[in-house]
Design a protein around this ligand. Sequence first.
Ligand SMILES: [Zn+2]
Ligand SMILES: [Zn+2]
Length: 165
Amino acid sequence: MSERIVIDLTDNIANVGKTLPFTGEFVLDNDLLAYPNAVLEKVKVNFDVTFLNPNVSVSGNIICYVKGNCDRCLTNLDKVVKLHFEQMFYKDISANDDGYIYSTSMLDATKAVSDEIILSMPSLFLCQDDCKGLCPKCGTNLNEKQCDCDTTHDNPFSVLKNLKF
Ligand SMILES: [Zn+2]
Ligand SMILES: [Zn+2]
């Protein structure tokens, strides 16, 4: 699997204005995700690529395969997150200072896709949005059952209450 997402524009350049599909599987830098217990295993892209002479429009989906442990309850899980992608690649950098550019018929979309993953992936890696996590006292997975521990005094402000000023 490639570590860079490179779109060969040869057919697009021969078919101005025509939308052609581009698909592939890639292994991108794991540091894109800040999850302490999970890694980005691979990335699939399904793009529609249109050569608009001279700029190139790319839109579609980025599918991220993440493997690891839930940030809260540490359950082992595989997760597939689908992100929407829509980007124009400019032939001439001076035309658009902060846009993505390409210079040859091999358009490298790695940076643009990486930026989208950094921007759009959820900040926590959770087994479910409302994961209850582990009991701080006995370690019971609170998604599976409720334990008998009294954790009402464990909120971070309880310490402040006991301080004498
Ligand atoms: Zn969880
Ligand atoms: Zn407990």
